[in-house]
Design a protein around this ligand. Structure first.
Ligand SMILES: C[S@@+](CC[C@H](N)C(=O)[O-])C[C@H]1O[C@@H](n2cnc3c(N)ncnc32)[C@H](O)[C@@H]1O
Length: 241
């Protein structure tokens, strides 16, 4: 069973991205310094999982924000299209990265079926009203054989304590960033992906690199077998779906 989207007051505050839209590329900003640090982990995984296949690929970045992932994808030779609910963030993405950046909702992606070689769902599924719907939209956009990259948080007590109460409490990320009821278990992700015609090709857990996090005061991740807080997945659109 998937999580019901019970939205709590002062949680999953999407206005954060619009309020701090000018700060996306400021690696010291209170709003985004952890996302900058986490990006190193995500880029390393994307390089390993997709590597040379990014060159010339059409990459659609769901909830692209200010383009923190879009830019390295464009630099790797991808043709990037990003969309987001936050118009201010899109303006920042346009100013900092090659690619097309448009207003759009992951529940109804503003692009045609089969247009994408790669879809990015980076730190976005746990923010939308229905992650199943967003995954189905990702599958719709992908060509057969295309790949989706997911990075998200697990719906466990550990994630609730570490990623919400602690991380938001000490302002490693802004208060109100997450609603733990919207977090997604790997089993839920796998099930919804399968129903959307996406097969799991890789699943990678992550742990906090404590000393680096304390030294930089920004959440720094390393690969781990532990999926109890956060994890990444590579999904592949099955040829017959
Ligand atoms: C944590 S940020 C991640 C941004 C970017 N993917 C990255 O990893 O750098 C979440 C982003 O998702 C966007 N977002 C939230 N709900 C959305 C939706 N339904 N459709 C499109 N974008 C959405 C927010 O505006 C925000 O920019």
């Amino acid at each position: 069973m998937s999580a019901a989207p019970r939205l709590r007051a002062n949680a999953n505050d999407l206005q954060i991205y619009e309020r701090h839209a000018a700060d996306w590329w400021d690696a010291s900003s209170a709003a985004f310094r952890s996302l900058h640090a986490v990006n190193e982990h995500r880029i390393s995984l994307l390089r390993e999982w997709l590597g040379a296949r990014l060159d010339g690929a059409v990459v659609v970045d769901f909830g692209c924000g200010g383009g923190l992932l879009a830019k390295p994808m464009a630099e790797a030779g991808a043709r990037v299209v990003g969309f987001d609910l936050s118009a201010g963030s899109l303006a920042t993405a346009r100013a900092n990265s090659a690619g097309g950046f448009v207003v759009g909702d992951a529940m109804h992606a503003p692009l045609g079926a089969g247009c994408a070689d790669v879809v990015l769902l980076a730190d976005v599924l746990e923010h939308v009203p229905s992650f199943e719907r967003a995954l189905a939209e990702a599958a719709r956009l992908l060509r057969p054989g295309g790949a989706a990259f997911v990075n998200t948080l697990n719906r466990t007590w550990r994630a609730r304590v570490l990623a919400v109460q602690l991380a938001e409490g000490v302002r490693l990320i802004p208060a109100g960033t997450h609603d733990p009821d919207l977090f997604i278990t790997p089993a839920e992700l796998t099930g919804a992906a399968w129903r959307a015609g996406l097969a799991i090709e890789a699943l990678q857990g992550e742990s906090v690199n404590l000393w680096r996090t304390l030294r930089r005061w920004a959440i720094s991740l390393r690969r781990s077998e532990d999926v109890s807080v956060g994890y990444s997945a590579l999904l592949r659109k099955t040829v017959n779906s």
